[in-house]
Design a protein around this ligand. Structure first.
Ligand code: SF4
Length: 336
């Protein structure tokens, strides 16, 4: 590991004032410290946010659930306000990582989690995301975990977070503070597709700090599910995941939200697919139509060709579970 300076600002304004383009904010450290050990990240300065207690708060007011950027994944998943107003988020968090990691990982860190592409972590190989202009060996290489949607000729990486998939489905807003003041970024616009600048994962400014996420409350009850399909049943990233929630009235879907994980450089949500469900009975033809729309243009890269069919089957299954009110249990690890 290379030498770096370390400081502990005690307020968001002090953290932002100390931030430079190369410095990094440190929260739980579950990704950033690994990246530093692998010599992928080389920040000259770390700004540890751990003393800013106000960023740990979880509150609800006026139909908006607000989760501080430093709230740990464990605290968020167990919080009564989250379980009542956004149980889909708790489901997704519990599907990820391990209890030890969830005790450290934070909301802000989860949003900024970097891809798990093997080449990105291996400094002996080229990688456009790590070193712009060097190439993408995952194209035509080892790409079982890579994207089937929204990829580019520069990068086919996926975003690894489970939490962010639920945040996308729940139409969360990322609250950020920077030198110019505060702004709110809808989840749909927070993460980027790789395009020809795959090193830019998000639309966050270099000196902006995530302070919270805000989620409009939605009483879905049991009518939601986070279905995560992976190579083993715990401590593995999603090959394909589906966050789904619906509201049913009179035997019809009146509201549907669906987002996919493990398939693109960002959580994948298509408003037209949700519109196809609304007004329909919760049946297999409706679910299949939504799946086809979500997967429009899906393209395998060789080793990951199977993901297209896996997603085509997972989406209707998740929607069926949501409509039936039988959410996936990630505590019991049961697959219903
Ligand atoms: Fe790098 Fe992206 Fe290619 Fe992986 S997929 S090697 S992260 S450019």
């Amino acid at each position: 590991m290379r030498p770096f300076s370390f400081s502990r600002p005690e307020a968001p304004a002090l953290a932002i004032a100390a931030k430079t383009a190369q410095a990094r904010f440190l929260a739980g450290g579950t990704n950033l410290v690994d990246l530093m050990k692998y010599d992928v990240e080389r920040p000259p300065a770390l700004l540890d946010l751990g003393r800013i207690e106000a960023l740990r708060e979880i509150t609800e007011s006026g139909g908006t659930l607000r989760i501080g950027a430093l709230a740990t994944n464990a605290d968020t998943a167990a919080h009564p306000l989250v379980q009542r107003h956004a149980p889909l988020l708790a489901d997704a968090i519990l599907a990820g990582a391990t209890p030890q990691l969830r005790n450290m990982a934070t909301t802000g860190g989860n949003l900024l989690q970097r891809t798990r592409c093997h080449y990105f972590y291996d400094r002996q190989t080229p990688c456009n995301k790590r070193e712009p202009g060097t190439g993408c060996p995952a194209i035509g290489g080892v790409n079982r975990i890579h994207a089937i949607l929204g990829a580019s000729s520069s990068c086919i990486a996926t975003h690894p977070s489970d939490m962010c998939v639920a945040l996308a489905a729940l139409e969360a807003v990322v609250v950020v503070q920077g030198p110019e003041g505060e702004r709110r970024i809808p989840m749909a616009g927070f993460h980027r597709l790789p395009g020809d600048e795959p090193w830019r994962d998000t639309t966050l400014g270099e000196r902006e700090l995530i302070t919270a996420v805000e989620i409009p409350t939605w009483e879905t009850g049991g009518h939601r599910t986070y279905l995560k399909l992976r190579d083993r049943l715990s401590y593995a990233f999603a090959l394909v995941s589906v966050a789904a929630a619906v509201t049913l009235e009179g035997g019809r879907i009146t509201k549907a939200r669906v987002a996919l994980g493990g398939v693109a450089h960002k959580p994948w949500r298509v408003a037209e697919a949700e519109a196809l469900l609304e007004g329909r009975a919760p049946d297999e033809p409706a679910f299949a139509a939504a799946a086809e729309r979500l997967l429009h243009g899906a393209q395998g890269q060789g080793e990951n060709d199977f993901k297209v069919e896996l997603a085509r089957r997972a989406i209707p299954r998740a929607l069926h579970q949501a409509a039936a009110g039988t959410p996936q249990s990630h505590v019991e690890k049961a697959i219903s």
